[in-house]
Write a protein that binds this ligand. Structure first.
Ligand SMILES: N[C@@H](CCC(=O)N[C@@H](CS)C(=O)NCC(=O)O)C(=O)O
Length: 283
């Protein structure tokens, strides 16, 4: 989402979010104890219980795919995340004192030099490193470099096109200096939006042909943090009825199938927001 949330965008998404409790613990599927294990004697119970990963506090905005990325990752990795809905609070003095960039997702962790960390990819890298989650972020330098390259390419090249193409329809403000942010004639803004939409196909194909390279996921057989970042990002394209190539539809479906509820639940918030803005546009 753009760096400044407009009143109109807030008004559209805020009601649902604001009604919810401030912090909700996301129960890690891995931490659940089966009925069978629970019935065993104390010693066996302790053995069957997976090592509990310390909780993580996450400030987030529900309609955002940047936030969806970390929310999916936390669930898929079995991290106990306490989510705080930051809608309408990112520019409060209290938030700015901790995070002068006023950006979400943001995690809080005592081990961090400044206590907080923002940028979705940096958060996933940090948590993977901290908890040894090699399944999502391989340790081998060459493999890791490919994941990093895919994520930086996404944030630096693909995402700006997707933002320019979808933010007008999402009701999100665009970035200063861009046509969409200016007081240019609506025709010029529409041309800029269409140009951005047309530019998406090329970097998208690079993820397919270069990064996936015949594998189910960028990470290989299993989704990596780069895959979570890519699939979440593509969710926004539904708001402009963008025709995704067949491979991308199959890729997103495969990732959702693999991650199950960990993906579907945060995706539901983004999809719900898109359905909401679309219904408003029709009305
Ligand atoms: N590149 C960043 C983008 C973060 C971002 O743009 N966050 C937006 C929501 S999508 C935000 O928190 N905006 C609130 C504000 O600027 O006040 C990431 O991947 O985390």
């Amino acid at each position: 989402m753009a760096k400044t949330a407009t009143k109109s965008a807030k008004a559209k998404a805020a009601p649902k979010a604001a009604e919810k409790p401030a912090a909700k613990a996301v129960k890690a599927p891995a931490a659940k104890i089966s009925a069978k294990a629970a019935a065993k004697p104390a010693a066996a119970k302790t053995k069957a219980k997976p090592a509990k990963k310390p909780g993580v506090r996450l400030s987030m905005l529900r309609p955002s795919v940047n936030n969806m990325t970390v929310r999916v990752f936390a669930r898929a990795a079995g991290l106990d995340a306490a989510e705080t809905d930051a809608w309408g609070h990112t520019r409060s003095p209290e938030f700015l004192a901790r995070n002068p960039a006023h950006l979400t997702p943001m995690i809080e962790d005592k081990g961090l030099p400044r206590g907080v960390l923002w940028e979705s990819c940096a958060i996933m890298q940090y948590l993977s490193n901290k908890h040894g989650l090699e399944k999502f972020y391989p340790k081998a330098p060459a493999k890791r470099a490919m994941i990093d390259s895919a994520m930086f390419y996404l944030v630096g090249t693909l995402y700006p096109y997707i933002a320019r193409a979808t933010y007008p329809a999402l009701g999100f403000p665009q970035y200063a200096g861009e046509v969409g942010h200016s007081d240019a004639h609506p025709d010029r803004k529409s041309e800029a939006q269409k140009a951005a939409e047309a530019a998406i196909a090329e970097p998208l194909e690079v993820f397919h042909s270069f990064f996936r390279d015949g594998k189910p996921f960028i990470g290989g057989k299993n989704p990596s943090i780069a895959d979570i970042r890519l699939a979440a990002t593509l969710e926004f394209l539904a708001v402009i009825d963008y025709t995704l190539p067949k491979w991308a539809k199959e890729y997103m479906a495969a990732l959702e199938k693999k991650l199950g509820k960990a993906y579907a639940e945060p995706a539901g918030d983004v999809r719900g927001y898109i359905a909401h803005v679309r219904s408003q546009a029709k009305a």
